[in-house]
Design a protein around this ligand. Structure first.
Ligand SMILES: [Zn+2]
Ligand SMILES: [Zn+2]
Length: 349
């Protein structure tokens, strides 16, 4: 089979590899489309070293068709369209025993800790598969994992009808949070970023969302003014670092300052650096900060909302390229983050 292999950091080789051997309790999936994630860009550059062991095949956002079913595998039929949940949890640690699987001590991901979906085939446990109705295209199904992250963050922060929302960070994940939150509340929503191209995508796809370029306007001031001084119920931090913009507080502190009393800040931007906040601002509001990692069963919700036409996957997909052009795809994402949001790889070309 064809597979894109990261042999050394910053360089993919597309090569022929043996098809994975399916165990009798597994299902063999012919992958059709895989989507490139921001964390793929990081592991491509070596930021996940030594967790990533070279050579390997990344890819944790993908969808395909069931090709073969092991004798002891149940629940699927040949020809079913499926999205693959890449999370492998141990089931034995304290987090798992408390059904808090995303916080598993030994959490592993297909395409990060093992070979993943930038290949023509993968063999997985049927417990990792979600059937996708044929009314949803396989291109769109490749986004179910990242939509799941958006829906999971909404579950963690308990977004509900009537909530006002602010999202600091309008990249791939930020826009999935926005689209997921929009299925729950039609109230005022703000997205803050500094890359004009990303904000343009939002203006076109969700004209009812107020975009704020933090280089041009003060997000906290705008959010306060346009909610009549109330602030938002939930603010999401999807930046992950203390973006230093003159005259602005960092995005996390911006979230704290943007919520109403008793509001929620949900953090999911993965950062390595400390980000300062002022606890008094949090305490005065008796606010909550909750964290959100990966997803926990929200694949089903993402599939349902895609099926109902309540999400706009085409707004996220800025290009579809054959897997042979994977190197070019990563270069495009690195060089022009304002132009390219989600790039899909077509595994059959
Ligand atoms: Zn991802
Ligand atoms: Zn565990």
């Amino acid at each position: 089979m064809k597979a894109a292999v990261l042999e050394k950091y910053n360089h993919f080789t597309v090569m022929e590899k043996p098809q994975p051997k399916m165990k009798d309790d597994e299902v063999l999936v012919r992958i059709k489309f895989a989507s490139i994630c921001g964390s793929d860009q990081h592991l491509y550059k070596g930021d996940f070293h030594p967790r990533t062991k070279l050579p390997f095949t990344p890819g944790h956002e993908f969808a395909g068709i069931v090709e073969k079913i092991g004798e002891r595998a149940e629940g699927f039929h040949v020809g079913d369209h499926v999205a693959v949940d890449p999370i492998i949890w141990c089931g034995e640690c304290d987090a798992c025993k408390n059904h808090h699987y995303p916080a598993c001590d030994k959490l592993r991901l297909l395409g990060v800790d093992t070979d993943g979906g930038f290949a023509e085939y993968i063999s997985v446990s049927p417990s990792m598969l979600f059937e996708v109705p044929k009314s949803v295209s396989l291109e769109h199904a490749a986004l179910i994992e990242v939509y799941g992250i958006g829906f999971h963050s909404c579950s963690r922060s308990e977004v509900k009808a009537g909530d006002r929302i602010a999202i600091f960070g309008g990249g791939k994940v930020g826009q999935c949070v926005m689209q997921a939150a929009r299925t729950k509340t039609s109230e005022k929503m703000f997205v803050v970023d500094i890359v004009e191209g990303r904000l343009d995508i939002i203006r076109k796809s969700y004209p009812d969302v107020r975009t704020i370029n933090a280089l041009k306007e003060d997000p906290v001031e705008v959010i306060k003014a346009e909610t009549n001084g109330h602030g938002v119920d939930v603010a999401f931090e999807v930046v992950g670092h203390a973006e230093d913009i003159p005259g602005r507080v960092n995005p996390l502190r911006g979230c704290v300052q943007s919520i109403r009393g008793g509001g929620v800040v949900c953090v999911l931007g993965l950062g390595d650096e400390p980000i300062p906040i002022v606890f008094k601002e949090l305490i005065w509001k008796e606010a909550k900060i909750v964290a959100s990692r990966v997803s926990h069963g929200e694949f089903a919700e993402a599939i349902e909302q895609l099926g109902k036409g309540n999400l706009k996957p085409d707004a996220l997909i800025t290009s579809v390229l054959p897997v042979d052009k994977i190197q070019q795809a990563f270069d495009m994402l690195e060089r022009q983050p304002g132009k390219y949001l989600k790039i899909l790889l077509n595994l059959n070309k």
